[in-house]
Design a protein around this ligand. Structure first.
Ligand code: SAH
Length: 402
């Protein structure tokens, strides 16, 4: 490998290369000696130390606080077809850990976690669904489509560039677009041998919450013969796992999305479960929990998997308040000795925050609480260890006493 291309460069202030040496992939605009106005939005750039040494190669955006995202620290490595091939095949090698006879849906590229900042690719059986979050990755789009299709031999690739976050990068928010092959409106997938239906076009995120696979599996040991309440159920991921454990397990699924609840029922049927033997409610979880508590309803197991309450630091205090309210409400409908699975996918809320919320909620209700199991996401969402930002999910199983 030897670089034949000359890239424009940008220089760092003294000592600003140190965090990159640890594997961090972001350079904030304040770390640059001067804004490199000679580089276009999304253009490739060589990062130099204050003494003029090559540090890394990445792409630049003048519109965002993160000015440069790093693609390689190897001066010999060009950003081309072969580069993408190496990154994608390395990501694919990691996912060989899945037995496809059991699980054929997983995150194939987890952005910075897989060394490809700004890119998410999820695999649903033979279909790929991608999200491009940055201007630099957008520039690589034609190459990416080609290499992804060639390496994965997928039947189709759908681009879901519909996240509002694209605007910050100066990008358009787009309608879903098939950029290779064909992508149906419904894909049938397997997860730990269980069948699910995914709508890659209109489903939330890219269609399915792949990041909860390991927690769904972990839930099974707690639910035999129990009354289970799945709050924020979406299409019933946790619900199906629980209901399949035993015929005398009863599951109540609550979500504000009517279409998600309708799909959850179809997925029950698909797995040989009778949806009529369980409860499905289209409702606001906060309102539902208030009403359930008033009516004296009690469950043995409660799952809380809410959407991100805080997307920014400034929203964090409000979010913690909402998490406290939610967890307190959940504990009120939990039988003494019951199991609570409490999740947070807000990046700005840490594990300590989640544990604090649980402790405070229990204390407020004079309930004891034991921490049983802690999870983040599974191996298909690898965390760049130098970048805690690449991990966002906290999931805590606990037992709430009387
Ligand atoms: N646990 C799910 C994923 C949950 S994602 C799974 O394993 O697949 C969060 C879900 O919360 C979404 O389905 C969204 O429709 C729902 N939601 C958001 N706000 C809500 C509210 N206030 N009440 C009920 N559901 C809500």
């Amino acid at each position: 490998m030897s670089s034949s291309v000359r890239y424009p460069s940008a220089s760092l202030k003294p000592h600003k290369e140190e965090s990159l040496a640890s594997g961090h992939l972001w350079i904030f605009s304040g770390a640059l000696q001067q804004q490199p106005h000679w580089i276009d939005t999304g253009g490739l750039v060589d990062v130099k130390s204050s003494t003029g040494q090559f540090v890394a190669r990445g792409y630049y955006n003048p519109h965002t606080d993160i000015a440069i995202r790093i693609l390689t620290r190897n001066v010999e490595e060009d950003i081309d077809n072969a580069f993408l091939q190496r990154r994608i095949s390395s990501a694919m090698a990691l996912r060989l850990a899945f037995d496809v006879a059991q699980t054929n849906a997983y995150r194939l590229i987890h952005a910075e976690g897989d060394g490809l900042p700004g890119l998410i690719v999820d695999r649903y059986a033979d279909v790929l669904v991608a999200q491009i979050h940055t201007a630099g990755m957008e520039r690589l789009r034609p190459l990416l489509v080609e290499v992804l299709m060639q390496e994965t031999r997928a039947c189709g690739l759908l681009l879901r560039n519909d996240s509002q976050a694209r605007r910050r990068e100066g990008l358009q928010v787009e309608e879903p677009l098939v950029v290779a092959g064909d992508v149906p409106t419904q894909v049938s997938i397997r997860e730990n041998g269980i069948q699910f239906l995914v709508d890659p076009w209109q489903g939330q995120k890219t269609g399915f919450f792949l990041d909860q696979r390991d927690k769904r599996a972990a839930l099974r040991k707690y639910v035999s013969g129990k009354r289970v309440l799945n709050c924020f159920s979406y299409t019933g991921g946790f619900s199906v796992y629980a209901a399949l454990v035993s015929q005398d397990t009863h599951v109540t699924s609550v979500d504000v999305s009517a279409s998600a609840i309708e799909t959850a029922q179809r997925i029950f049927t698909l797995n040989g479960l009778d949806p009529k033997l369980h409860s499905f409610l289209t409702a606001d979880v906060f309102e539902y929990l208030e009403a359930a508590h008033q009516s004296g309803a009690l469950f043995n197991v409660v799952i809380l998997d809410p959407p991100a309450f805080a997307k920014t630091q400034s929203a964090r205090t409000q979010a913690l308040k909402a998490y406290r309210r939610l967890n307190s409400l959940a504990m009120q409908v939990l039988q003494p000795g019951g199991i609570l699975l409490s999740c947070s996918c807000s990046g700005v809320v840490g594990l300590d925050d989640v544990l604090g919320v649980l402790a405070q909620s229990a204390q407020r209700l004079s309930r004891s609480i034991q921490l049983l199991e802690l999870y983040t996401h599974a191996l298909d969402h690898p965390i760049n260890i130098a970048m805690p930002e690449t991990g966002y999910l906290k999931a805590v199983f606990c037992r709430v006493g009387g």
